[in-house]
Design a protein around this ligand. Structure first.
Ligand SMILES: Cc1cc2nc3c(=O)[nH]c(=O)nc-3n(C[C@H](O)[C@H](O)[C@H](O)COP(=O)(O)OP(=O)(O)OC[C@H]3O[C@@H](n4cnc5c(N)ncnc54)[C@H](O)[C@@H]3O)c2cc1C
Length: 285
């Protein structure tokens, strides 16, 4: 399908990009990998008057790893994450999740910033950001600000971004050595968006008990969210099959699934519980 008409700009600085986004009365849009936006243009779901191509903006395609955690520039692609061996230790959950994102060709172009800004409720990275208490840095005409991931996602395809704001970076806090993780999702075909998914971390104490549990769900509801009751069912417990069953039951009760053409609400509820149970057992291994 032919795209609707639009103007195109490819600025060389962040300041210029922000000014361009602000210049079209909220009708300009950033484009990064184009893997979500171009289909939306083709289907006329989006009809921006100006596309601001971010690909020449300097410094946004770096993965920085330091004592305070991992910083992913907005133009980092899925492929960059999968190819970065440092992330095996610095953030194994991120790597495990990104391995489920889309297909080979899409992973070569799709970006971190595009995924966060697009805010598909079934996307992996927004759930990792919420589960790990990430912070998202953005820059607009009034300057730069940092938004907690838990406040950034406001609904399906809806975020706290203002029309003139560009995501520059997402910061995932440091990954302690004692941290265990599990990531489970179910999609009809590998690479498709998940019908439901769970990201789980906990810190194992010397006696083998779990603490500091973080359990996030995606693909169920209009945005990724933490599951407080499932986390409470894990904290302070020895991780075994009985605990996994309890965590799974708590997750299934706590989710608020929607029905659509892909799955019924009761199916998504049961699936969420099963995936939480499996994620915990995988983490324990
Ligand atoms: C067949 C198919 C399967 C897919 N499967 C999955 C999947 O399983 N999991 C998954 O997570 N994703 C999936 N995707 C989506 C893919 O990962 C996208 O690449 C990603 O969501 C958007 O990244 P992008 O760089 O392509 O963004 P674009 O398409 O360029 O932009 C998407 C949106 O983000 C905005 N934007 C982009 N960058 C910025 C920025 N830095 N600051 C502010 N706004 C910005 C744009 O204005 C636009 O609104 C799939 C896509 C396809 C086509």
């Amino acid at each position: 399908m032919k795209l609707p008409p639009f103007e195109y700009a490819c600025p060389a600085t962040l300041r210029e990009a922000v000014a361009l986004l602000a210049s079209h009365n909220g009708e300009a849009k950033a484009i990064a990998g184009g893997q979500s936006l171009v289909p939306m243009l083709a289907f006329r779901i989006a009809q921006p008057s100006l596309l601001v191509d971010l690909r020449k903006l300097p410094g946004l395609n770096e993965i920085k790893i330091g004592d305070d955690g991992v910083r992913l520039g907005a133009l980092v692609r899925w492929r960059d994450i999968l190819d970065d061996k440092r992330l095996d230790a610095a953030h194994p959950l991120l790597k495990a999740a990104v391995a489920h994102v889309a297909h080979y060709q899409i992973r070569n172009r799709g970006t971190v910033g595009g995924s966060l800004a697009h805010a598909d409720p079934a996307s992996e990275l927004p759930c990792i950001a919420v589960t790990c208490e990430a912070e998202i840095s953005v820059t607009g005409q009034t300057g730069a600000r940092t938004i907690a991931a838990s406040e950034f996602f406001q609904g399906a395809l809806t975020t706290a971004l203002q029309p003139d704001e560009i995501i520059t970076e997402v910061h995932l806090p440091a990954w302690p050595a004692k941290r265990r993780f599990g990531f489970q999702e179910f999609a009809r075909r590998r690479g498709d968006f998940a019908l439901a998914g769970i990201a789980l971390t906990y810190d194992a104490d010397a006696g083998g008990k779990a603490g500091n549990a973080h359990i996030g769900v995606f693909g169920v509801g209009d945005r990724p969210r933490r599951l407080a009751a499932a986390e409470a069912a894990l904290n302070g417990r020895t991780v075994d099959e009985a605990t996994a069953v309890k965590v799974g039951e708590a997750a299934a009760v706590e989710v608020d699934p929607q029905e659509d053409i892909h799955a019924s609400a009761p199916y998504r509820r049961a699936l969420s519980g099963t995936l939480a149970e499996r994620a915990l057992l995988a983490a324990a291994k």
